[in-house]
Write a protein that binds this ligand. Structure first.
Ligand SMILES: Cc1cc2nc3c(=O)[nH]c(=O)nc-3n(C[C@H](O)[C@H](O)[C@H](O)COP(=O)(O)OP(=O)(O)OC[C@H]3O[C@@H](n4cnc5c(N)ncnc54)[C@H](O)[C@@H]3O)c2cc1C
Length: 303
């Protein structure tokens, strides 16, 4: 009997109503619309269920993969063996903590969280409004846009370790830097985050969010599957400008291409494989290096 059969048997005994999917295409759970089947995908509805899943996984020596909204992941064509835990949709409450702080659960979208803040007349999360990921993914990545970053408003996060223990991390403890947090080196699962915001008239906040949405719509290929910016911003330049200068807009490998609209985006033209995207990113990075001497590193998490 395999460890995943044991997992399924044990978790079904402990949590008879938990949603489990088998051989579930990752392409259905990633914004790239790429990725083969996840052997077992679990959808915990709350922290207690997540803790049970993690405890059983630890006993069986299974290391689960965690996905939020899947908007920054390139999942392999061969799929993901073992267990994938999906945080989005469930665990999605957003609530006031006090007059200037809100708590967002990890599965809430950043857009929902930004709208909640705007409705409460609290400014600081406008930048997050058009980022299509979850709060958990945003904290993990220190997501940012238009001059704002999660770390600017972050106060603390409740994080579950892989053996099911709860920790609260402060901003210092999260060791945020550009598109990075401590969770990359010391894995843990974000359950919720508290953000410190500033009172401001709601119509001004909404006006700024609309302005940013219009900028996104005008500049980004939102009609094509992607994972947002394919590369991190390098020291000494902008990835999109360097790719454009290297003449790579529209450059194509199989079904994957550099967007004609925004050179910082790699897009799926319809039938791209993960191998197509990986080859595209590798070749683009190499050509940019030959032209500029600047090495581009992927921002998208390649699994
Ligand atoms: C059209 C488009 C535009 C985008 N624009 C931006 C932008 O302006 N700025 C920006 O920063 N990003 C942008 N992105 C990328 C993406 O939305 C962000 O990186 C986002 O923070 C990822 O969140 P997610 O929930 O989708 O994470 P996922 O893609 O599901 O996961 C990303 C990583 O986070 C981890 N993770 C997810 N949830 C948790 C959790 N609860 N606890 C611990 N780890 C977790 C995963 O294991 C994985 O390693 C864009 C993407 C798209 C498709």
């Amino acid at each position: 009997m395999t460890e995943m059969t044991n997992f399924q048997r044990e978790i079904s005994r402990l949590l008879p109503n938990i949603k489990l999917l088998f051989n579930e295409p990752m392409a259905k759970h990633t914004s790239f619309r790429i990725g083969g089947p996840a052997e077992v995908m679990a959808f915990p509805e709350n922290a207690d269920q997540l803790a049970e899943i993690l405890k059983v996984s630890t006993v069986l020596d299974i290391k689960p993969a965690i996905i939020g909204a899947g908007t920054n992941i390139l999942a392999p064509d061969a799929g993901l063996p073992g267990l994938t835990v999906c945080i989005k949709d469930n665990l999605s409450a957003v609530e006031m903590v006090d007059d200037t702080h809100i708590r967002a659960s990890a599965g809430a979208t950043m857009t929902k969280t930004a709208v909640f803040a705007a409705n409460a007349g609290l400014s600081g999360l406008e930048f997050a409004h058009g980022i299509p990921g979850s709060v958990g993914g945003g904290v993990y990545m220190n997501a940012g846009a238009y001059g704002g970053e999660i770390k600017d408003v972050f106060t603390s996060a409740e994080v579950m370790t892989y053996d099911g223990e709860l920790r609260t991390y402060t901003a210092d403890e999260m060791a945020f830097s550009y598109r990075h947090s401590r969770l990359e080196e010391q894995p843990g699962i974000v359950l919720s985050a508290v953000f410190a915001l500033t009172p401001k008239p709601a119509d001004q906040i909404r006006g700024y969010m609309q302005e940013l949405a219009a900028k996104r719509k005008a500049s980004q290929p939102l009609d094509k599957p992607s994972a947002g910016s394919a590369f991190k911003r390098p020291v000494g330049g902008y990835a999109a400008a360097l790719i454009d200068q290297a003449g790579l807009k529209g450059y194509r490998v199989g079904g994957a291409a550099i967007s004609e609209k925004h050179a910082g985006f790699a897009v799926n033209l319809g039938d791209a494989t993960a191998e197509d995207v990986k080859t595209l990113l590798r070749q683009v990075s190499q050509k940019v290096y030959e032209e500029s001497g600047i090495r581009l590193e992927p921002e998208v998490r390649i699994w």
